[in-house]
Design a protein around this ligand. Structure first.
Ligand code: 5IU
Length: 276
């Protein structure tokens, strides 16, 4: 079984790409598998929370098109400050754009001004709906892809359709795109587990990113559903937990305390799962 080998060496052999390995190295060195979903009202607030909790996270997830900007100069300033934060605190930036079109269109959406996502995002989220051709666009721009295999919201089709998750994985494997796919957004394991649960022993491992995590709430009025940190990691097999309002809604003065609580619980559960 997987449990017998040294975990770090077996992981370094098995992760899908240098990009997933890079994130895994950050997780180990910062003792954090917490991705902050920085769903702030303003870009200034996003930069503030990044400054405050940057040392506690392995990744920051953005929705650049959901932030208010007054003019293109502000967008340029935002991109520069975010990139500085990521390099200062050593975290990856995931733009949660959920690309879902043919390759030619996706390429434009990835590069077009003013957001120019390909300039500052390390990883981007992508729906598997269009099929494998569009993955070439991300490969060309050297962006890590996180494919959406299941969602957290009530009644989401990826979770309801019986083969959606399986087909999403097959699409990656059959098109030979393992090297740019960092992992999956999912509520359960896609392929082989880092922790030895499910999947074959020598297969390529992808990282599992799981949103819908909160220690304070079970859902919202618009279909979001939450599980706890331990449930996400130990039951659902998350490697990285994605937390937004669980931290943001604690208020500015409690951001650090809240992020530390999620980091600590997440890291303890990950160590338990991977037997680190
Ligand atoms: N998000 C989900 N569920 C999903 C996917 C993405 O919640 O299945 I794919 C995003 C939406 C939001 C963040 O940006 O993750 C979760 O935020 P809260 O922790 O505030 O619910």
């Amino acid at each position: 079984g997987d449990g017998e080998e040294g975990i770090e060496s077996s992981l370094s052999k098995k992760l899908s790409s240098p990009k997933s390995q890079k994130l895994f190295d950050i997780i180990i060195s910062k003792q954090s598998n917490l991705c902050l979903s920085a769903d702030c009202e303003t870009w200034q607030e996003l930069i503030s929370i990044g400054e405050v909790v940057g040392s506690k996270i392995c990744a920051m997830k953005t929705h650049v098109d959901a932030l208010s900007f007054q003019d293109p100069n502000e967008i340029a300033l935002f991109k520069r400050k975010l990139a500085e934060l990521a390099s200062e605190h050593n975290f990856v930036i995931i733009e949660d754009r959920k690309f879902a079109d043919i390759g030619s269109t996706v390429m434009k959406q990835l590069t077009a001004a003013p957001f120019s996502i390909s300039e500052w995002a390390h990883f981007v989220t992508v729906h598997s709906i269009p099929g494998p051709g569009m993955l070439k666009a991300f490969k060309e721009k050297d962006k890590g892809v996180i494919l959406i295999a299941e969602m957290s919201s009530v009644g989401n089709l990826p979770s309801i359709l019986p083969d959606y998750k399986k087909k999403t994985l097959e699409m990656v494997e059959e098109s030979g795109n393992e090297d740019i796919v960092v992992g999956f957004v999912s509520q359960s394991r896609v392929g082989s587990s880092l922790g030895g649960k499910g999947g074959g022993g020598s297969a390529t491992c992808f990282l599992q990113f799981t949103p819908g995590v909160s220690l304070h709430s079970t859902g919202d009025a618009l279909g979001q559903q939450y599980v706890t940190v331990r449930n996400a990691i130990l039951e659902r097999d998350a490697d990285v937990i994605i937390v937004g309002r669980g931290i943001l809604q604690q208020g500015r003065e409690k951001w650090v305390e809240a992020a530390e609580q999620y980091r600590k619980e997440g890291w303890e559960a990950l160590k338990e799962k991977l037997q680190l």
